[in-house]
Design a protein around this ligand. Structure first.
Ligand SMILES: Nc1ncnc2c1ncn2[C@@H]1O[C@H](COP(=O)(O)OP(=O)(O)OP(=O)(O)O)[C@@H](O)[C@H]1O
Length: 314
Protein backbone atom coordinates (compact mmCIF):
# COMPACT_ATOMS: atom_id res chain seq x y z
CA UNK A 1 0.00 0.00 0.00
CA UNK A 2 1.33 3.37 -0.91
CA UNK A 3 1.80 5.99 1.76
CA UNK A 4 -1.02 8.13 0.43
CA UNK A 5 -4.18 7.00 -1.35
CA UNK A 6 -4.31 9.94 -3.71
CA UNK A 7 -1.69 12.51 -4.56
CA UNK A 8 -2.53 15.51 -6.74
CA UNK A 9 0.31 17.84 -7.71
CA UNK A 10 -0.06 21.08 -9.62
CA UNK A 11 -3.01 19.91 -11.68
CA UNK A 12 -4.43 22.43 -14.12
CA UNK A 13 -7.22 21.71 -16.60
CA UNK A 14 -8.60 23.96 -19.32
CA UNK A 15 -11.60 23.71 -21.64
CA UNK A 16 -10.23 25.81 -24.47
CA UNK A 17 -9.55 29.15 -22.87
CA UNK A 18 -11.71 28.42 -19.81
CA UNK A 19 -9.74 27.27 -16.77
CA UNK A 20 -11.63 24.60 -14.80
CA UNK A 21 -8.83 23.55 -12.40
CA UNK A 22 -6.09 25.89 -11.36
CA UNK A 23 -2.80 24.45 -10.03
CA UNK A 24 -4.46 22.05 -7.62
CA UNK A 25 -2.26 20.18 -5.13
CA UNK A 26 -3.33 17.97 -2.20
CA UNK A 27 -3.09 14.47 -0.76
CA UNK A 28 -5.71 12.06 0.54
CA UNK A 29 -4.72 9.59 3.26
CA UNK A 30 -5.67 5.89 3.12
CA UNK A 31 -9.01 5.19 4.79
CA UNK A 32 -10.15 8.81 4.74
CA UNK A 33 -13.59 10.00 3.73
CA UNK A 34 -12.55 13.06 1.77
CA UNK A 35 -14.95 15.59 0.28
CA UNK A 36 -14.46 18.09 -2.54
CA UNK A 37 -16.94 20.85 -1.74
CA UNK A 38 -17.77 23.76 -3.99
CA UNK A 39 -20.56 25.68 -5.65
CA UNK A 40 -21.46 24.99 -9.29
CA UNK A 41 -18.55 25.63 -11.57
CA UNK A 42 -16.02 24.97 -8.80
CA UNK A 43 -14.34 22.27 -10.85
CA UNK A 44 -15.58 19.18 -8.99
CA UNK A 45 -16.91 17.31 -12.00
CA UNK A 46 -13.79 18.06 -14.01
CA UNK A 47 -11.62 16.70 -11.21
CA UNK A 48 -13.86 13.64 -10.88
CA UNK A 49 -13.52 12.98 -14.61
CA UNK A 50 -9.74 13.22 -14.33
CA UNK A 51 -9.50 10.91 -11.33
CA UNK A 52 -11.84 8.33 -12.84
CA UNK A 53 -9.66 8.31 -16.02
CA UNK A 54 -12.47 9.72 -18.19
CA UNK A 55 -10.56 12.87 -19.04
CA UNK A 56 -6.85 13.09 -19.85
CA UNK A 57 -4.43 14.84 -17.55
CA UNK A 58 -3.32 18.08 -19.23
CA UNK A 59 -0.84 19.38 -16.68
CA UNK A 60 0.49 18.25 -13.32
CA UNK A 61 0.82 14.81 -11.78
CA UNK A 62 -1.68 12.48 -10.10
CA UNK A 63 -0.86 9.23 -8.30
CA UNK A 64 -3.75 6.95 -7.41
CA UNK A 65 -2.82 4.24 -4.88
CA UNK A 66 0.78 4.66 -5.96
CA UNK A 67 0.07 4.40 -9.71
CA UNK A 68 0.66 7.24 -12.13
CA UNK A 69 -2.64 8.35 -13.63
CA UNK A 70 -0.99 9.44 -16.88
CA UNK A 71 1.01 6.28 -17.61
CA UNK A 72 -0.65 3.50 -15.59
CA UNK A 73 -4.32 4.01 -16.37
CA UNK A 74 -5.22 0.30 -16.42
CA UNK A 75 -3.67 -0.31 -13.01
CA UNK A 76 -5.59 2.68 -11.69
CA UNK A 77 -8.88 1.54 -13.28
CA UNK A 78 -8.63 -1.92 -11.72
CA UNK A 79 -8.21 -0.44 -8.24
CA UNK A 80 -10.85 2.27 -8.19
CA UNK A 81 -14.62 2.04 -7.88
CA UNK A 82 -16.65 4.79 -9.50
CA UNK A 83 -20.21 5.94 -8.85
CA UNK A 84 -21.34 8.53 -11.35
CA UNK A 85 -23.82 11.32 -10.80
CA UNK A 86 -26.11 10.11 -13.55
CA UNK A 87 -28.06 6.91 -12.85
CA UNK A 88 -26.19 3.81 -14.01
CA UNK A 89 -28.66 1.00 -13.32
CA UNK A 90 -30.59 -0.79 -16.04
CA UNK A 91 -34.11 -0.10 -14.79
CA UNK A 92 -35.62 -3.04 -16.63
CA UNK A 93 -33.29 -5.51 -14.93
CA UNK A 94 -33.54 -6.76 -11.36
CA UNK A 95 -31.07 -5.71 -8.69
CA UNK A 96 -29.37 -9.12 -8.93
CA UNK A 97 -29.15 -8.87 -12.73
CA UNK A 98 -27.59 -5.41 -12.48
CA UNK A 99 -25.03 -6.84 -10.07
CA UNK A 100 -24.37 -9.75 -12.44
CA UNK A 101 -23.68 -7.34 -15.31
CA UNK A 102 -21.14 -5.54 -13.20
CA UNK A 103 -19.34 -8.66 -11.99
CA UNK A 104 -19.14 -9.90 -15.61
CA UNK A 105 -17.58 -6.55 -16.54
CA UNK A 106 -14.81 -7.28 -14.07
CA UNK A 107 -14.32 -10.80 -15.38
CA UNK A 108 -15.95 -12.56 -12.44
CA UNK A 109 -18.01 -15.69 -13.06
CA UNK A 110 -19.41 -18.74 -11.29
CA UNK A 111 -19.06 -18.97 -7.53
CA UNK A 112 -16.68 -16.03 -7.28
CA UNK A 113 -19.20 -13.75 -9.03
CA UNK A 114 -22.05 -14.98 -6.86
CA UNK A 115 -20.02 -14.51 -3.69
CA UNK A 116 -19.04 -10.95 -4.66
CA UNK A 117 -22.60 -10.01 -5.65
CA UNK A 118 -24.11 -11.43 -2.43
CA UNK A 119 -21.44 -9.82 -0.28
CA UNK A 120 -21.98 -6.37 -1.70
CA UNK A 121 -25.79 -6.58 -1.77
CA UNK A 122 -25.66 -7.58 1.89
CA UNK A 123 -23.20 -4.86 2.82
CA UNK A 124 -25.39 -2.19 1.21
CA UNK A 125 -28.60 -3.62 2.67
CA UNK A 126 -30.25 -4.39 -0.69
CA UNK A 127 -30.05 -8.21 -0.70
CA UNK A 128 -33.72 -8.55 0.24
CA UNK A 129 -34.60 -6.59 -2.93
CA UNK A 130 -32.42 -8.73 -5.22
CA UNK A 131 -35.40 -9.94 -7.26
CA UNK A 132 -37.01 -6.50 -7.70
CA UNK A 133 -36.65 -4.48 -10.88
CA UNK A 134 -34.38 -1.47 -10.39
CA UNK A 135 -37.24 0.80 -11.50
CA UNK A 136 -39.28 -0.39 -8.50
CA UNK A 137 -36.74 0.91 -5.99
CA UNK A 138 -36.70 4.29 -4.26
CA UNK A 139 -33.95 6.75 -5.21
CA UNK A 140 -32.03 5.97 -2.02
CA UNK A 141 -32.07 2.22 -2.63
CA UNK A 142 -31.01 2.68 -6.26
CA UNK A 143 -28.05 4.72 -5.10
CA UNK A 144 -27.07 1.93 -2.72
CA UNK A 145 -27.27 -0.63 -5.53
CA UNK A 146 -25.01 1.64 -7.59
CA UNK A 147 -22.62 1.73 -4.65
CA UNK A 148 -22.75 -2.07 -4.37
CA UNK A 149 -21.92 -2.26 -8.10
CA UNK A 150 -19.04 0.17 -7.72
CA UNK A 151 -17.53 -1.94 -4.93
CA UNK A 152 -17.91 -5.38 -6.50
CA UNK A 153 -14.23 -5.74 -7.45
CA UNK A 154 -13.06 -4.63 -3.97
CA UNK A 155 -11.53 -1.32 -5.04
CA UNK A 156 -9.10 0.40 -2.67
CA UNK A 157 -10.43 3.84 -3.61
CA UNK A 158 -14.08 4.70 -4.17
CA UNK A 159 -14.95 7.85 -6.15
CA UNK A 160 -18.46 9.27 -6.01
CA UNK A 161 -19.70 12.30 -7.94
CA UNK A 162 -22.45 14.17 -6.06
CA UNK A 163 -23.87 10.92 -4.61
CA UNK A 164 -26.68 12.69 -2.73
CA UNK A 165 -28.13 14.46 -5.76
CA UNK A 166 -31.86 13.82 -5.91
CA UNK A 167 -32.02 12.07 -2.52
CA UNK A 168 -34.24 13.24 0.32
CA UNK A 169 -32.55 13.97 3.67
CA UNK A 170 -33.43 10.53 5.10
CA UNK A 171 -31.93 8.66 2.15
CA UNK A 172 -28.93 10.97 2.27
CA UNK A 173 -28.12 10.20 5.87
CA UNK A 174 -28.66 6.48 5.29
CA UNK A 175 -26.24 6.64 2.33
CA UNK A 176 -23.63 8.13 4.67
CA UNK A 177 -24.13 5.36 7.19
CA UNK A 178 -23.42 2.86 4.44
CA UNK A 179 -20.36 4.78 3.27
CA UNK A 180 -19.01 4.71 6.82
CA UNK A 181 -19.77 1.02 7.07
CA UNK A 182 -17.93 0.22 3.81
CA UNK A 183 -14.95 2.22 5.01
CA UNK A 184 -14.92 0.43 8.40
CA UNK A 185 -15.37 -3.05 6.93
CA UNK A 186 -13.16 -2.77 3.88
CA UNK A 187 -10.77 0.01 4.79
CA UNK A 188 -11.53 1.68 1.47
CA UNK A 189 -10.63 5.33 0.91
CA UNK A 190 -13.67 7.34 -0.14
CA UNK A 191 -13.44 10.51 -2.20
CA UNK A 192 -16.62 12.32 -3.11
CA UNK A 193 -17.82 15.59 -4.51
CA UNK A 194 -20.73 17.62 -3.22
CA UNK A 195 -22.15 21.11 -3.35
CA UNK A 196 -24.08 20.49 -0.10
CA UNK A 197 -22.50 22.15 2.93
CA UNK A 198 -24.24 19.90 5.46
CA UNK A 199 -23.03 16.82 3.60
CA UNK A 200 -19.42 18.00 3.67
CA UNK A 201 -19.67 18.30 7.47
CA UNK A 202 -19.63 14.50 7.66
CA UNK A 203 -16.26 14.11 5.96
CA UNK A 204 -12.93 13.55 7.71
CA UNK A 205 -11.46 16.36 5.63
CA UNK A 206 -12.83 18.85 3.14
CA UNK A 207 -11.18 20.54 0.19
CA UNK A 208 -13.13 23.64 -0.82
CA UNK A 209 -12.91 24.38 -4.54
CA UNK A 210 -13.94 27.74 -5.91
CA UNK A 211 -13.62 28.50 -9.62
CA UNK A 212 -11.07 25.72 -9.98
CA UNK A 213 -8.88 26.88 -7.11
CA UNK A 214 -8.37 25.16 -3.76
CA UNK A 215 -9.35 27.82 -1.23
CA UNK A 216 -9.26 25.71 1.97
CA UNK A 217 -8.35 22.20 3.11
CA UNK A 218 -8.84 20.78 6.60
CA UNK A 219 -11.19 18.93 8.94
CA UNK A 220 -14.68 20.46 9.23
CA UNK A 221 -13.96 21.53 12.82
CA UNK A 222 -10.62 23.15 11.99
CA UNK A 223 -12.10 24.97 8.99
CA UNK A 224 -14.91 26.41 11.09
CA UNK A 225 -12.61 27.46 13.91
CA UNK A 226 -10.35 29.18 11.36
CA UNK A 227 -13.08 31.75 10.75
CA UNK A 228 -12.21 33.60 13.93
CA UNK A 229 -15.25 33.87 16.13
CA UNK A 230 -18.99 34.03 15.91
CA UNK A 231 -20.70 35.26 12.80
CA UNK A 232 -23.01 38.25 13.13
CA UNK A 233 -25.79 38.96 10.64
CA UNK A 234 -27.72 42.21 10.78
CA UNK A 235 -30.77 42.93 8.66
CA UNK A 236 -32.27 46.32 7.91
CA UNK A 237 -35.28 47.65 6.06
CA UNK A 238 -33.11 50.60 5.13
CA UNK A 239 -29.93 50.76 3.10
CA UNK A 240 -27.63 47.84 3.96
CA UNK A 241 -24.57 49.60 2.48
CA UNK A 242 -25.19 52.67 4.65
CA UNK A 243 -25.59 50.48 7.72
CA UNK A 244 -22.35 48.66 6.88
CA UNK A 245 -20.53 51.98 6.58
CA UNK A 246 -21.84 53.13 9.94
CA UNK A 247 -20.89 49.80 11.50
CA UNK A 248 -17.34 50.09 10.22
CA UNK A 249 -16.99 53.20 12.39
CA UNK A 250 -17.86 51.12 15.46
CA UNK A 251 -16.18 47.72 14.96
CA UNK A 252 -12.74 46.91 13.68
CA UNK A 253 -13.73 43.70 11.86
CA UNK A 254 -14.27 43.21 8.13
CA UNK A 255 -17.91 44.15 7.53
CA UNK A 256 -19.56 42.87 4.34
CA UNK A 257 -22.94 43.27 2.68
CA UNK A 258 -24.37 40.03 1.33
CA UNK A 259 -27.89 39.33 0.16
CA UNK A 260 -29.03 42.69 1.59
CA UNK A 261 -27.73 41.73 5.04
CA UNK A 262 -24.68 43.07 6.84
CA UNK A 263 -22.24 40.44 8.12
CA UNK A 264 -19.04 40.20 10.03
CA UNK A 265 -17.16 37.75 12.24
CA UNK A 266 -15.91 38.63 15.70
CA UNK A 267 -14.51 36.70 18.66
CA UNK A 268 -16.44 38.88 21.14
CA UNK A 269 -19.65 39.19 19.14
CA UNK A 270 -22.16 39.00 21.99
CA UNK A 271 -20.37 41.75 23.94
CA UNK A 272 -20.62 44.05 20.94
CA UNK A 273 -24.40 43.73 20.62
CA UNK A 274 -25.48 46.35 23.19
CA UNK A 275 -22.98 48.80 21.77
CA UNK A 276 -24.21 48.26 18.21
CA UNK A 277 -27.87 48.50 19.24
CA UNK A 278 -27.24 51.72 21.13
CA UNK A 279 -25.50 53.36 18.20
CA UNK A 280 -27.48 51.99 15.27
CA UNK A 281 -30.62 50.43 16.78
CA UNK A 282 -32.98 52.57 14.70
CA UNK A 283 -31.63 51.15 11.46
CA UNK A 284 -31.59 47.53 12.64
CA UNK A 285 -34.40 45.03 12.13
CA UNK A 286 -32.65 41.97 13.51
CA UNK A 287 -29.26 40.95 14.74
CA UNK A 288 -28.31 37.26 14.79
CA UNK A 289 -25.28 35.50 16.25
CA UNK A 290 -24.17 32.10 15.10
CA UNK A 291 -21.28 29.69 15.43
CA UNK A 292 -19.30 29.68 12.19
CA UNK A 293 -20.56 27.28 9.54
CA UNK A 294 -18.87 25.99 6.40
CA UNK A 295 -20.77 28.72 4.57
CA UNK A 296 -18.93 31.26 6.74
CA UNK A 297 -15.67 29.53 5.84
CA UNK A 298 -16.46 29.90 2.14
CA UNK A 299 -17.36 33.57 2.58
CA UNK A 300 -14.23 34.13 4.63
CA UNK A 301 -11.97 32.55 2.00
CA UNK A 302 -13.58 33.97 -1.13
CA UNK A 303 -15.42 37.11 -0.04
CA UNK A 304 -18.52 35.79 -1.81
CA UNK A 305 -21.81 34.14 -0.90
CA UNK A 306 -21.95 30.38 -1.35
CA UNK A 307 -25.58 29.94 -2.35
CA UNK A 308 -25.85 32.98 -4.57
CA UNK A 309 -23.26 31.37 -6.84
CA UNK A 310 -25.45 28.32 -6.89
CA UNK A 311 -28.62 30.23 -7.73
CA UNK A 312 -27.12 31.92 -10.77
CA UNK A 313 -26.52 28.51 -12.36
CA UNK A 314 -29.95 27.07 -11.76
N1 LIG B 1 -17.28 20.65 -21.52
C1 LIG B 1 -17.00 21.88 -21.10
N2 LIG B 1 -16.66 22.86 -21.96
C2 LIG B 1 -16.36 24.09 -21.53
N3 LIG B 1 -16.35 24.47 -20.24
C3 LIG B 1 -16.68 23.55 -19.33
C4 LIG B 1 -17.02 22.20 -19.69
N4 LIG B 1 -17.30 21.51 -18.57
C5 LIG B 1 -17.13 22.37 -17.55
N5 LIG B 1 -16.76 23.59 -17.99
C6 LIG B 1 -16.44 24.77 -17.19
O1 LIG B 1 -15.41 24.43 -16.27
C7 LIG B 1 -15.65 24.97 -14.99
C8 LIG B 1 -15.72 23.87 -13.95
O2 LIG B 1 -16.85 23.06 -14.22
P1 LIG B 1 -17.18 21.72 -13.43
O3 LIG B 1 -18.38 21.10 -14.10
O4 LIG B 1 -15.98 20.91 -13.29
O5 LIG B 1 -17.60 22.31 -12.02
P2 LIG B 1 -18.49 21.66 -10.89
O6 LIG B 1 -17.94 22.14 -9.62
O7 LIG B 1 -18.59 20.20 -11.09
O8 LIG B 1 -19.90 22.29 -11.15
P3 LIG B 1 -21.25 21.54 -11.50
O9 LIG B 1 -21.75 21.01 -10.22
O10 LIG B 1 -22.10 22.65 -12.06
O11 LIG B 1 -20.93 20.49 -12.54
C9 LIG B 1 -16.94 25.78 -15.12
O12 LIG B 1 -16.59 27.11 -15.35
C10 LIG B 1 -17.62 25.18 -16.32
O13 LIG B 1 -18.44 26.13 -16.96
Amino acid sequence: MSAVALSIENVTYNYGTRRALNDLSLQVEPGEIFVFLGPNGGGKTTLFRLLSTLAPLQAGKVDVLGFDLATQRDQVRRRIGVVFQSPSLDKKLTVAENMRQQSALYGLSGAAAKEAEERMMRQLGVHDRAGDLAEQLSGGLRRRVELAKGMIHRPRLLLLDEPSTGLDPGARSSLWEYLQRIRAEQGVTIVLTTHLLEEAEKADRIAILDQGTLVALDTPTALKSSVGGDSVTITTRGDAEALAMALRQIVSYEVRVMDSAVRFEAPDASHLAPHIMQALGEQIDSITFGKPTLEDVFIDKTGRQYWREEATHE
